[in-house]
Design a protein around this ligand. Structure first.
Ligand code: ZN
Length: 560
């Protein structure tokens, strides 16, 4: 940005006192000045000697539609559904106070006229107008002309007005003005609240004075836990100015606080280069926490690998075949199936933290859960556990018919199924036809819980108890349950198990037609390495919801 002539209200801060968040100015001098705008440990995947043993459970196969891209876990599905629903709702945006932002700087006389004609209270005019200038992306000069007017007119400036002005400066990348504002506010107010502190941290971090952001962060910690954005701003600032040590120190602080670093932080670290072991540790963190970088972060990762001296890393953007083979290097990706050790670990944690967890008994009695366990013990091992109410509700008005169609399909495939339902489903009604419910109970094992019970724990118990081959049929995404698990590793295993075991009905089910199931991906979508290769699934769109997995991959191979 080149030099810009700015009409700036400069505050000469003598005779200044402060009360109730207002600066009283003993003297204000206004001058024209020229301001130069300132721009703002390697984790190897287990060896896959003979993956076929764990890749596909051989005891049964559920008939699946060749429809992987439309899997409930595929990126974009949730967003598309939400947008479709939004289109059905008319949105109405109303400007609350009727103010209109000028398109050029105004003289004090012109501002005076605006004030007199404003539809809002004269006392709030300055703050409302400054907020509007920010929201409409107005030029900085217009905001400055408003400040000048307020200073001349009243000799005071409220904290709120300066905060709005500061927001406009920082969001617009006017760091020099933001730092001027820091001097003013710091001198006028005994303390800054979080909003102003965050803005100053951002502004300082973009300049050579980035170290000034450190004491602001320190002061902030006395009142509130700083956000990952605050940390990210300073880490980026430090790395931009070649200070790797304080950057990594702050990064460790983020992890120590149990916070998830922002993608911007990781990008700054990879772009900052060096410290290879630490960066491989970042990739390990992404693996453990199912982090999928966005394209610009994946770009930084690729560039970093290319820059490693003495290696011959080559990266390419690619996809993976439905069978889990990388189309870039031809290697097989990790299986979605859990190893026996992983399965045992997950089963124990789910039983302890979800099934026996405190939350469950708020909606389910211990007696009911015990009677269910005894029921499961008496029955043969299940191949599929059906969330009966959830599945039936796919077709409103003929629920029992839908559930019967599913049960018939599972029976046709020779599978032993358990239908979990609620007791009210046994009361004949238009939705719950007596004959259909009778047939369901003949074709599948059934357990009906109290109407108020939460049935997910029953579903998880029966599925996990039946063994690694057993799958469950539900549209529920189990996010609350995943959150109950105590550590990142167990949560990762739960998500992996869920994606490898959850059946979802494919498309709509027309009356009298067979039910199809979406294909379950045979490979795990997670950052993975074999030592001579890295595969990083990344987001190439903004449409992915948190429980979905990306479809694009960065394939990195080290070939001499
Ligand atoms: Zn590859």
């Amino acid at each position: 940005m080149g030099a810009t002539f700015l009409f700036q209200a400069r505050l000469c801060l003598y005779g200044l006192s402060q009360s109730s968040g207002i600066i009283h100015l003993g003297k204000m001098c206004v001058r024209t000045m020229c301001t130069k705008g300132i721009k703002p440990g390697e984790r190897k995947s287990p060896p896959r000697k003979n993956d076929t043993t764990i890749r596909q459970t051989e005891s049964f196969k559920v008939r699946q539609m060749p429809s992987f891209p439309t899997s409930v876990f595929a990126a974009g599905n949730a967003k598309r559904t939400t947008e479709m629903l939004k289109r059905k709702t008319a949105l109405c945006l109303v400007c609350p106070d009727g103010l209109v932002a000028p398109d050029r700087p105004l003289s004090p006389t012109e501002w005076k006229k605006q004030l007199e004609e404003a539809p809002c209270s004269p006392e709030r005019f300055d703050v409302h107008m400054m907020t509007l200038l920010f929201k409409t992306g107005a030029e900085l000069d217009i905001a400055k002309s408003l400040l000048t007017f307020v200073a001349l007119e009243t000799g005071t400036m409220s904290y709120q007005l300066l905060l709005q002005y500061l927001t406009l400066c920082v969001k617009g990348g006017h760091d020099a003005e933001a730092l001027d504002c820091y001097q003013i506010m710091r001198g006028a107010f005994p303390a800054l609240e979080t909003g102003a502190s965050s803005l100053f941290i951002k502004a300082f971090s973009r300049t050579e004075s980035w170290r000034e952001a450190l004491p602001i962060l320190r002061d902030m910690k006395k009142v509130i836990a700083p956000s990952t954005r605050n940390y990210s701003d300073i880490i980026s600032g430090a790395l931009l100015h070649g200070a790797a040590a304080p950057a990594w120190q702050l990064y460790d602080e983020v992890l120590g606080e149990g916070l998830t670093p922002l993608p911007d932080t990781w990008r700054a670290l990879f772009e900052g280069g060096a410290r290879g072991e630490r960066l491989l540790g970042v990739l390990g963190y992404m693996r453990d926490n199912q982090v999928y970088p966005e394209r610009n972060l994946a770009d930084a990762i690729k560039t970093w690998f290319h820059s490693l001296p003495g290696h011959h890393w080559r990266g390419e953007w690619t996809t993976v075949s439905p069978k889990g083979v990388c189309k870039g290097c031809g290697s097989e990706l990790e299986s979605i199936q859990l190893t026996p050790e992983e399965y045992t670990h997950l089963e124990a944690r789910v039983m302890a933290d979800i099934i026996q967890g405190k939350d469950v008994f708020q909606k389910t009695t211990a007696e009911e859960l015990e009677s269910f366990k005894a029921f499961v013990k008496r029955k043969p091992v299940f191949d599929v556990v059906v969330d009966g109410l959830n599945v039936a509700n796919i077709v409103k008005g003929r629920q029992s018919e839908m559930l019967l169609a599913v049960v018939c399909e599972l029976e046709r495939q020779g599978l032993t199924s358990l239908v979990l339902g609620r007791k009210h489903m046994l009361r004949p009604s238009a939705s719950w036809d007596r004959r259909n419910m009778g047939l369901i109970q003949k074709k599948a094992h059934c357990f009906f819980t109290e109407n108020t019970s939460e049935d997910d724990p029953f579903l998880l118990y029966a599925t996990l108890h039946s063994g690694n081959h057993c799958r469950f049929l539900s549209r529920d995404l189990m996010r609350d349950h995943k959150a109950c698990l105590p550590d990142a590793l167990t949560r990762r295993l739960f998500f992996k198990w869920q994606r490898g075991h959850q059946l979802v009905i494919h498309g709509t089910v027309a009356q009298g037609r067979r039910v199809g199931f979406q294909m379950i991906s045979p490979y795990d979508t997670i950052v993975q390495s074999t030592g001579v290769s890295w595969h990083v699934p990344y987001d190439d769109s903004v449409d992915r919801s948190s429980y979905e997995v990306p479809q694009s991959w960065l394939c990195l191979t080290n070939k001499p």
